[in-house]
Write a new protein. Structure first.
Length: 612
C-alpha cells in the first residue's frame, strides 16, 4: 500500500460503501493482507503522479469491538494491526439523516490523533423534508472539514477528491465528555445535534412504506412478491442475452473448426477451449442479473427490513437475526457468506451459521440449475403468469434455504446448544440506488466470473479434454467423423473413470457421463456445465442444437430431477471448504459439512429418482 493511506470509517448504514464505490470506481480490489481473515475493499485514487490508497473498513459504533469485523477496524485505527498500516487520514462518514450515533463515534475517533475529514451523506433527504444540516456550524464545533455529499448522485465527490489530494484533513482536538462512557458520548452528541441539525417534518414516505413492508401480513406478501419477481427475472431478462452468447459461441466454434486443419489441434480448440469455457460463459447474463438485483435490494434499503421480517423465523431454527446476513450473502457465494459470519458475537450461533451456508443456493449452482431445468422442465406458463421453470428454480432456492436452516437447528440442539442472542438492526433510509455503484458491482462480478472461467474452468477443461482424447483410438474409416468422435470418447480415460465410479451413483439414475460431470463438480460446481459441453460435444455437433436440447433428448425427466436434487445439497467447492477451515481453525468442520451434505444429496437424489 502507498505511504498515504485513507480509511473510510463510519457506523453501519450511513452510505459508506456507496461513497467508496463513487470515490474509487473500478480502481478497487479485495484487500488480501497477510494473516487477515476479514478482507476489506481497497481502492486507489490518482492525480498525476500522486497516488492515494483508500480502504473501506467494516462499520463500527465505537472503539470497543463486538465482532471480528469491528476488531479489525479498531486494530487498524489504533495502529496495532500486523499487516494493515495505520491510516494517515480518516474519512468519517456520517448520516445527516440519522446523525446521533455518528457523532458519538466521532468523539472516540478524535482521541486517536489521526487527521480527519467528515463527509455528511443524505443531506438531500434532510432538505427534502424541510430540515437543515448546518455544516458550517458543525465545522466550528468539530474543528475538521465538513463536506456534504449525495453519494447516489455523485454530488460533492469532486470536492472530496480535491480535499484528499490537497491534504485538507485536520487532526481534531480530543472531545472531552467528562467520562468515557457511552452515555457521556451520547449526551455530547445531543448537544451537537441541537446546534447543527433541524430534522424537519417526518418522512411520510418512509413511514408509509414501513407500515406495509414491516407489517406481518403485508410484509410477508411483499417479501414473497419480491422473491417471485427475482427468480422470474433471472429467466425472462437473461434468456435473449443467453441465446445471443450461445449463437456467438456456435459461430466461433464453427469458424475455428474450418480454420484449423489438424484433427487433434481442432479438437483441442473446439472442444477443450471453446466447448469448455464457452459453455459456461453463456450463463454470464444470469450471474450479472442476480448480483445486480441483490445490490439494488440492498442499496434501496429493503434487505435490512427483510432481515427484520425473518428474525422470528430464524429463532425457530435456533439462530438469531444476525445469521440472516451471512446466509443471504451465501446466495451469491458461500465464501463471503462464511466470512461475514464474524459479525455474530456468539460462537455457537456463528458455527451453526457457517455449517449452514454451503446449503444456500450460491450463484455457482445457477448455471447447473439453468441447464438442467431448461433441459427437463417444460417451458410452460402456470398460475399468475409465472413459468414452471421459474417456479422450479425458486423451489430449489427454498429447498436449499430450508435444509440449511434445519442443519443449523440440529446442530444448535446438539453440538452448539446455547441461548439465542437478541437481534438488533438499524433500518437505512429508503433511497434510489446509485447507478454508478450498481455499474461497479456489475463490472466486478463480471470480471470475477470471467476470471474464474479463464482460470479454474479453463484448467479443468484442458484436463478433461486430455482425459477424453487419450488414449487415441484408431479411427474406423467406415464411420462418419462424428461417429469417430463418439468412439474416441467411449474408449477414453474419462469413460474408464466414469464407468469405474458409476456403480456408486447407479441407484440415482446417473450413467457414466453424468457421473463424470458430477465428479468434476467437486472442484467447482460450474464445471458440470463445461463437462457436459465436452462430453456431449459430438451430439451437439451432429444435431446442430444447443446443449440443453441434446440433454432434453438424452436425459429422462426423473434423472434430470435427480441430478438437481443432488446439486441442491452437495458441497462441491474446494474453495468453500478451505475458507471453512480457515474460519473454524480445523479441518474437522469442513469434513463434517462435506459428509453431511453428501449424505443429504445422495438420499434426496435416490428418493427423487425412485419415487417420482
Amino acid at each position: 500500500m502507498s505511504a498515504h493511506t485513507i480509511a473510510v470509517v463510519g457506523v453501519p448504514n450511513v452510505g459508506k460503501s456507496t461513497l467508496f464505490n463513487e470515490l474509487t470506481g473500478l480502481q478497487q480490489r479485495v484487500g488480501n493482507f497477510p494473516g487477515v481473515t476479514v478482507e476489506p475493499m481497497v481502492g486507489s485514487l490518482r492525480d498525476g503522479s500522486t497516488s492515494l490508497t483508500v480502504i473501506d473498513l467494516p462499520g463500527i459504533y465505537g472503539l470497543t469491538a463486538a465482532s471480528e469485523d469491528e476488531q479489525l477496524t479498531i486494530d487498524v485505527l489504533r495502529g496495532v494491526h500486523p499487516s494493515i498500516p495505520r491510516p494517515d487520514v480518516i474519512v468519517h462518514v456520517v448520516s445527516a439523516d440519522h446523525p446521533s450515533k455518528c457523532f458519538g463515534l466521532f468523539a472516540e475517533l478524535s482521541t486517536l490523533g489521526i487527521p480527519m475529514i467528515v463527509v455528511a451523506t443524505m443531506v438531500d433527504a434532510v432538505k427534502a423534508r424541510g430540515g437543515v444540516f448546518d455544516d458550517i456550524t458543525l465545522h466550528h464545533r468539530l474543528g475538521v472539514p465538513i463536506l456534504p455529499v449525495v453519494g447516489t448522485k455523485g454530488l460533492g465527490m469532486g470536492e472530496l477528491r480535491d480535499a484528499l489530494f490537497s491534504h485538507a484533513a485536520v487532526t481534531p482536538q480530543p472531545v472531552d465528555v467528562g467520562s468515557s462512557t457511552v452515555e457521556a458520548r451520547a449526551a455530547w452528541a445531543r448537544t451537537i445535534l441541537d446546534d447543527v441539525v433541524v430534522q424537519g417534518r417526518a418522512d411520510s414516505t418512509t413511514m408509509w412504506l414501513d407500515r406495509i413492508v414491516l407489517n406481518p401480513v403485508g410484509g410477508a406478501a411483499v417479501f414473497m412478491l419480491v422473491m417471485a419477481l427475482f427468480f422470474q427475472s433471472i429467466f425472462a431478462w437473461a434468456q435473449p442475452l443467453m441465446d445471443g452468447i450461445d449463437a456467438l459461441m456456435a459461430v466461433v466454434s464453427g469458424t475455428a473448426a474450418q480454420l484449423i486443419g489438424n484433427d487433434l489441434a481442432r479438437s483441442f480448440v473446439v472442444k477443450g477451449l471453446i466447448g469448455g469455457v464457452g459453455s459456461i460463459l453463456v450463463f454470464l447474463p444470469q450471474i450479472i442479473i442476480l448480483n445486480v438485483l441483490v445490490t439494488i435490494l440492498e442499496e434501496c434499503g429493503y434487505l435490512a427490513r427483510a432481515a427484520f421480517l425473518v428474525d422470528r423465523a430464524m429463532g425457530v431454527f435456533g439462530l438469531q437475526g444476525r445469521s440472516f446476513i451471512p446466509l443471504l450473502g451465501s446466495f451469491a457465494c458461500a465464501i463471503p457468506g462464511i466470512m461475514s459470519a464474524r459479525i455474530i458475537p456468539s460462537y455457537r450461533d456463528r458455527m451453526a451459521t457457517i455449517m449452514a451456508t454451503p446449503l444456500m443456493t450460491c450463484s455457482a449452482r445457477l448455471p447447473v440449475y439453468t441447464l438442467l431445468i431448461s433441459s427437463v422442465v417444460p417451458a410452460v406458463t402456470i398460475i399468475g403468469g409465472f413459468s414452471l421453470q421459474a417456479v422450479v428454480m425458486a423451489g430449489l432456492y427454498v429447498l436449499g434455504a430450508l435444509s440449511g436452516l434445519l442443519v443449523a437447528l440440529v446442530l444448535k440442539r446438539t453440538m452448539f446448544r446455547g441461548a439465542v442472542v437478541p437481534f438488533m438492526i438499524e433500518f437505512p433510509p429508503y433511497r434510489v440506488p446509485s447507478l454508478r455503484s450498481i455499474g461497479v458491482t456489475m463490472i466486478h462480478r463480471t470480471r470475477d466470473f470471467i476470471t474464474t472461467a479463464g482460470t479454474v474452468i479453463l484448467a479443468f477443461s484442458i484436463a478433461l479434454w486430455i482425459l477424453t482424447e487419450l488414449p487415441r483410438t484408431q479411427p474406423d474409416a467406415s464411420m462418419t467423423e462424428l461417429q469417430q468422435q463418439q468412439q474416441q470418447l467411449d474408449n477414453s480415460f474419462a469413460a474408464d473413470l466414469g464407468r469405474t465410479v458409476q456403480p456408486i451413483f447407479a441407484p440415482l439414475g446417473f450413467d457414466w457421463r453424468i457421473t463424470l460431470g458430477v465428479l468434476s463438480s467437486y472442484a467447482a460446481r460450474e464445471t458440470f456445465v463445461s463437462a457436459m459441453g465436452q462430453i456431449y460435444a459430438a451430439d451437439v455437433a451432429e444435431s446442430d442444437a444447443p446443449l440443453r436440447d441434446v440433454l432434453h433428448e438424452q436425459i429422462p425427466i426423473r434423472t434430470g430431477l435427480s441430478i438437481l436434487a443432488f446439486y441442491a445439497f452437495a458441497l462441491q467447492c474446494i474453495s468453500t471448504m478451505a475458507i471453512m477451515k480457515r474460519e473454524t481453525g480445523s479441518w474437522k468442520w469442513p469434513a463434517l459439512a462435506f459428509g453431511i451434505t453428501f449424505v443429504m444429496a445422495y438420499v434426496a437424489s435416490f428418493v427423487v429418482y425412485n419415487v417420482f
